[in-house]
Design a binder for this molecule. Sequence first.
Ligand code: R5P
Length: 293
Amino acid sequence: MAVIAFSQECKSLGARVADELQARKIMIESKIFPDGESYLRFAAEFPGQDLVVIKSCFPQQDKRLVELLFILDAARELGAKRTIAVVPYLAYARQDKRLRPGEVVSNSSVGRLLGAVGADLLVTVDVHQKESLKNYKTRTVNVSAMPLLAEYLKSMKLSQPYILAPDKGAAAHAQLVASILKTDYTYLEKRRDRITGQIVTDERDLRLDCRDAVILDDIISTGSTIANVARIAERCGARKIVAACTHALLVGEAEVTMKRGGVTDVIGTDTIASSVSRVSVAPAIADSLRQHL
Ligand code: R5P
């Protein structure tokens, strides 16, 4: 069985995954030098063993990404047989296309960098676009947190929940969750200004009287996307409005923005540990590792 390594910031998720797999855990010690550079050290040895590194690349994503690359690179030097990167939140996944001439497709660069440090497998959770992983040299697995989110939503005993995807990209997630909750779903049309980044959600007439609305997305960043949909849901008579996502980045005033839109509950997972991490993705990651190790 592989050894599971993680640093302090992923301690809870890392330990849960290791416990699920009954695998040995290794802490990765880290500190920041006065000039901002990272010091990293494996607290135990792992010669000849498969090493799973659990490191989520949420903000500060540049720092965490560089640390991940250093760790994977060093793991090889230190004798790991295979290195498996478990990156629950994969930074730069949203920049996966060149929409304007000259744009840097950061997601492709991340793929090349992981290949360059010899990662044998990348396991991530609800990556923004599954297709974006196809160009990676490294073998990739995209784990879905949606069944786990659905089970949590079930336990909330919502009133005739209606699942709303804020855009077409989230429609498959909404469909999956709706099928588990045995309810219906739809998706709205969202447009983003490619220069200002501002988003517009088209109005829709939805029959939500006496029903609870669940707005479901892969990422909540500034909360604007969710707030737009929440306003529509409120106008259409929703009783209670819940926002659920895999990656709760919750940048700046995101929670206030969503609350102003009418959202009463925000549910996220522990791909990014926060006050809204009510669902752990550890069982889904462990299942995937069982199949691929
Ligand atoms: C983009 O299409 C993603 O799926 C999310 O909808 C987006 O990242 C949410 O961003 P924000 O919370 O800033 O509106």
